[in-house]
Design a protein around this ligand. Sequence first.
Ligand SMILES: CC(C)(COP(=O)(O)OP(=O)(O)OC[C@H]1O[C@@H](n2cnc3c(N)ncnc32)[C@H](O)[C@@H]1OP(=O)(O)O)[C@@H](O)C(=O)NCCC(=O)NCCS
Length: 162
Amino acid sequence: MPEPAVPRSTPPDTRVRRATSADLDVLVALEQATFALDRMSKRQWRRHLDSPSADVLVAVRERRLVGAAVVFRRHGSDIARLYSIAVAASERGGGAGRALLAAVERTARRHGCRRLRLEVRSDNVAAQRLYECAGYRAFAIRAAYYEDGADARRYEKRLDAG
Ligand SMILES: CC(C)(COP(=O)(O)OP(=O)(O)OC[C@H]1O[C@@H](n2cnc3c(N)ncnc32)[C@H](O)[C@@H]1OP(=O)(O)O)[C@@H](O)C(=O)NCCC(=O)NCCS
């Protein structure tokens, strides 16, 4: 049987592209539906869309925006930071999160970053599993990092390790 044209980890119906200002309202709605605390405001989203040191990527299925990720870079640093990743609740479990994460890594690599770091709530099992399956390793805890006092687990992946 011939090899599938698209790797199984990226479902054929999920596309990832750079966000534009036309996505702003949907990004804000996704943020509000996903996160109860530590939410980004519309103004913050607009700033990230305009920032040369931020990349905002969106996952699209049949022209609908179903997920988003924000990654930051710092001048003079080879460490990129995944600041946010979210998939609409009705679209979870279908590979959009994994596709977004892979695209974030490609984007960071293209900008010369050799490592990607992120923080995740210590009670967020789904996200931790996503990161661990993608090769991230937990290297530290940040106590009381979130608005409600929850701890963060810090993860890192070396991007040059493939
Ligand atoms: C975390 C999140 C982005 C994952 O997106 P998704 O599209 O559902 O993830 P995928 O379908 O691509 O799943 C990829 C892998 O993640 C893990 N995963 C995803 N959902 C999971 C769940 N509910 N329980 C356990 N593992 C899960 C699995 O390892 C999965 O691989 P598998 O399907 O081969 O088992 C999504 O659940 C989400 O938006 N959550 C709310 C926001 C959030 O927590 N963001 C992360 C903040 S750090």
